[in-house]
Design a protein around this ligand. Structure first.
Ligand code: 4AD
Ligand code: MG
Length: 474
């Protein structure tokens, strides 16, 4: 349908063509001698209107009432100019076949239903306008991400999902447990040491074949190993956080894009993050016009203008210390305290980007080292690190990044200071031992980017199967 109706002329140039279309019935209405079926195949937001007279081959199925909303059908006919005002073209049907029937218990009827309700129908919600549009825009953002980095010579690196390293050091990891059927015969003599069974499975007591392992919180450390061999690289894959937070910005499983730039500092990092965000936003504005107009009408009025501004205007930069001063001067009753040395909370981030700077993305840099991860490069003041967070309206933190500590003595001292086990970082320290280079990178939460680009306010509605406390059914 996108191929037929997607052109500038909305299909008029193809009038007279014989077409065969398959898809799902969105609506069906019969007038005395003619029946209209709106069919959608997911390729675009638009339906194709099909017009059926009673002499159509297969019309008995329409008469017998076996075509209801949700049924899958195949129609053949001729594209004609439409008499109606809603579309330029329609299909004059010659033959209709019901591929799969649907009964009236189908939950996705024409009436509007809440997104909360649709979360309980994750298997059917992609058949709605909103979720179809989100899926297409999400796809475009993923495509544009690869395009941006590939055009600039970055190499895509697959980072592991199972790992022993805790990149962020925040202890928010899911543990991996090996479960093997107890009927499984093993020649391993240590089997005696493996006692418990769980529902017919041997529980190797929360480890990965005898060693502790976790689901990754970030691919960054692995990315750094490749950046110090191939120069610029990026990862794009699922990451996991065992934070039990029920907010509209957090998931337990989310996708992250993590570029890592070799021979680069924090300024290069911020420039890359800015160019990347502007590129993918422009890509969606240029290539997803119909879906973006839908979001502008139904989800967030003015989103197209807001995103156009992101593409055209510079992002603001602010030191952490200046940000604290700004918040103190704001004369606001924030829920969380504002004080140099404390992390910024979502309410502070939103105040800065939405109110203080009128809805523009803001990059805050040089945070106190106490509130940031061990790998960030210490600044000359000894108190702050070369870190940056990009804040955007409605979302707050979209990107977190930093220049990495490339000096082995400083890094070792920092690991000691934080009482982290230096032994387990032996491979990470090797990168500083053998041809160390200044390097920097960032991580962008892909779902937060989809929220930003669509105006959808709950993160559970921008990923096909959200994983958050209490939801991992299928
Ligand atoms: O700020 P974070 O924790 O940074 C890192 O993980 C670094 N290792 C990135 C790097 O430098 N390579 O996470 C990066 C981004 C956040 O800015 C946010 O957009 C997203 O990941 N994010 C989440 N998105 C959804 N649900 C969660 N629970 C998230 N936690 C972080
Ligand atoms: Mg962060």
């Amino acid at each position: 349908i996108a191929e037929v109706k997607g052109g500038e002329d909305q299909g008029l140039g193809r009038v007279g063509e014989s077409l065969s279309i398959v898809g799902w019935v969105r609506t069906l209405r019969s007038q005395s001698s003619v029946t209209f079926i709106e069919i959608n195949d997911g390729s675009c937001l638009s339906n194709l209107q099909c017009v059926l007279n009673s002499d159509v081959d297969g019309y008995d199925q329409v008469e017998s009432g076996s075509i209801l909303t949700g049924a899958s059908i195949s129609v053949q006919g001729t594209l004609v100019a439409s008499q109606g005002t809603k579309q330029k073209v329609e299909l004059k049907v010659e033959k209709i076949i019901v591929v799969g029937k649907c009964d009236s218990s189908y939950p996705i009827q024409k009436k509007r239903v809440s997104r909360e309700f649709l979360r309980t129908k994750a298997h059917l919600r992609p058949r709605t306008n909103t979720f179809g549009a989100v899926a297409r825009v999400r796809n475009a953002l993923a495509y544009a991400t690869h395009k941006f980095f590939q055009e600039r010579g970055f190499i895509w690196v697959a980072s592991p999902i199972i790992t022993a390293a805790d990149c962020e050091g925040a202890g928010e990891q899911f543990c991996v447990t090996t479960l093997i059927p107890s009927s499984h015969k093993t020649t391993d003599s240590s089997i005696d040491a493996i006692p418990k069974t769980k529902g017919g499975l041997i529980d190797w007591s929360q480890d990965f074949f005898g060693k502790p392992a976790f689901l990754t919180v970030s691919g960054q450390l692995n990315g750094e190993t490749y950046a110090t061999a191939l120069s610029d690289v990026y990862t794009f894959g699922p990451t996991f956080r065992a934070e039990n937070s029920n907010t509209s910005r957090h998931l337990a499983e989310f996708w992250m894009i993590e570029p890592e730039l070799a021979f680069a500092d924090l300024d290069d990092d911020m420039a890359c993050a800015t160019a990347y965000l502007q590129y993918v936003v422009k890509y969606v504005l240029d290539h997803c016009k119909e879906d973006m107009e839908f979001f502008d009408t139904w989800i967030e009025k003015g989103i197209i203008q807001r995103l156009s501004d992101v593409v055209e205007k510079d992002f603001l930069q602010l030191g952490y210390t200046d940000a604290i001063e700004l918040l103190l001067k704001a004369n606001r009753n924030f829920e969380f305290p504002v004080k140099w040395g404390l992390d910024l909370q979502s309410e502070h981030e939103r105040y800065i980007t939405e109110e203080a700077f009128g809805g523009r993305p803001v990059i805050i840099r040089d945070y106190p080292k106490e509130i940031k991860a061990f790998y960030m490069r210490e600044n000359d003041d000894g108190k702050t690190v070369a870190a940056m967070d990009m804040l955007v309206p409605r979302i707050g933190e979209l990107i977190g990044g930093s220049q990495r500590e490339e000096r082995i003595d400083v890094l070792e001292a920092r690991l000691d200071e934080l009482k982290l086990d230096k032994e387990s970082y032996w491979w990470y320290l090797d990168l500083r031992r053998y041809g160390s280079v200044p390097h920097a990178g960032f991580g962008l939460g892909f779902e937060r980017l989809v929220q930003f680009a669509t105006g959808i306010d709950n993160i559970r509605d921008v990923i096909p199967f959200p994983r958050s406390p209490g939801s991992a059914d299928f």
